[in-house]
Design a protein around this ligand. Structure first.
Ligand code: FAD
Ligand code: EPU
Length: 337
């Protein structure tokens, strides 16, 4: 395992923040994982597991070792009468993996097309879009414990998936490295096309995984800024989940407040984008840090904003939303200082 000293992270995070890592290594195979394990035993420094850097904000330089997961490989692991089981290594690009499953004739991941990042990071926040979450097709995953080298397999129940949540996000960050993930893709697919925008785009269409994937890609390209053009990490805040009675009070004061009742409890999810937009933040800019003019939930780096400047905008938005609506927004990306 090669270790690079004082490495720039600018190309390794989609905000394009110019932070550096004291040490950087690329994890390409099992030997690299073993070397990382040994390095950790000898050095009293923290480590950060990095995928595509699309859900991180580096608020400052990182004073430890960044382990960039570049484990590659994907295959059809198994098949029974009802489903195929497809696996991919942690460093595979998520979107390319989705497209590969569609090309193999499988369905189930199409609504999650074009989400940036790597396969190994996808379970961390149980990625979701257009009415589908990773947990809907998840079968199992493998991890290596960077503290004792133990290899473990997790089934769905033990991952404790929730809205942008998992056991790994709440309990084991930087300790358990996800080496591969397996999905169960049903042979009789169920299509999920009720999300606003997708429903209209697909009205009257003969549905297939490929058609849905293309519609999702178009919707995403229309709505979200592309990190290739302007630095961002997608939604910067989670959508708040409110108790029904709190939502009703807010709704009485703000007639157009969106509300999505949750199927598994009595709560209502509302829209952080709507709240931020209503508070006048869309298109805001302070130096190179700001809020997208396409989507109020996306913070953007116009060119040379630092992580601290972006975080300042995030804090100002949180204070403003709390003041105006009495809701404390929760950041979605991991903020690293
Ligand atoms: P990173 O940002 O590198 O890491 C994220 C977290 O995962 C960190 O805590 C990191 O330590 C950990 N991690 C990474 N790899 C591993 C591993 N192998 N083992 C253990 N821990 C690991 N997310 C959605 O859910 N839905 C969306 O629709 C969506 N749209 C987006 C659109 C844009 C334009 C952008 C920029 C982001 C969007 N995101 C979305 C957020 C992001 O793409 C996902 O969270 C993605 O899964 C992050 O993957 P990554 O490889 O970039 O992870
Ligand atoms: N809205 C506004 N102004 C805006 C943007 C949105 O008022 O500038 C309101 C509109 O009422 C709109 C509603 O917000 O109908 C919802 O917007 P959108 O459909 O874009 O979805 P979102 O709730 O903002 C969530 C996820 C996205 C995911 C999309 C599609 C979260 C935090 N974000 O966004 O995930 O792609 O739904 O399913 O749950 C991400 O996690 O990074 C991400 C991009």
């Amino acid at each position: 395992m090669e270790i690079i000293k004082n490495a720039s992270l600018q190309c390794l995070n989609t905000f394009g923040v110019d932070a550096s890592a004291k040490y950087l290594s690329h994890i390409r195979n099992l030997q690299d994982i073993e070397a990382l394990f040994e390095w950790k035993a000898k050095n009293d420094l923290p480590n950060l597991i990095l995928g595509g850097g699309s859900n991180l904000l580096f608020k400052s330089d990182y004073q430890g070792l960044v382990a960039k997961v570049d484990l590659l490989g994907k295959d059809i692991a198994n098949e029974d009468d009802e489903a195929v089981y497809v696996s991919a290594a942690g460093g595979e690009n998520w979107h390319e993996f989705v497209i590969w499953t569609i090309q193999q004739g499988f369905a189930g991941l199409e609504n999650l097309s074009l989400i940036p990042g790597c396969v190994g990071a996808a379970p961390i926040q149980n990625i979701g879009a257009y009415g589908v979450e990773l947990s809907d097709t998840f079968h199992s995953l493998q991890t290596v414990n960077l503290e004792n080298g133990e290899i473990q397999e997790f089934d769905k129940e033990h991952c404790q998936f929730g809205y942008r949540e998992s056991f790994f996000k709440s309990q084991t960050l930087d300790k358990l490295l996800i080496t591969s993930v397996t999905f169960r893709l049903a042979k009789k697919p169920e299509w999920h096309v009720n999300y606003a925008g997708l429903r209209e785009a697909l009205a009257g269409e003969m549905l297939s995984a490929d058609i849905i994937s293309k519609a999702v890609i178009e919707e995403r390209q229309r709505k979200l800024p592309d990190p290739a053009n302007i630095g961002n990490a997608g939604s910067f805040f989670k959508n708040p989940v409110l108790k029904v009675k709190d939502w009703e009070v807010l709704k009485a004061a703000h007639e157009s407040l969106p509300g999505f009742p949750q199927s598994h409890n009595d709560n209502v999810k509302t829209s952080a984008g709507w709240l931020i937009d209503q508070a006048g933040w869309r298109g805001f800019r302070a130096g190179d840090a700001g809020v997208s003019d396409k989507h109020a939930l996306v913070l953007v780096n116009h060119a040379n904003a630092s992580g601290a400047e972006l975080w300042q905008v995030a804090e100002d938005i949180m204070a403003s939303i709390e003041d105006k609506f009495g809701i404390r927004l929760e950041p979605e990306p991991r903020v690293i200082s």
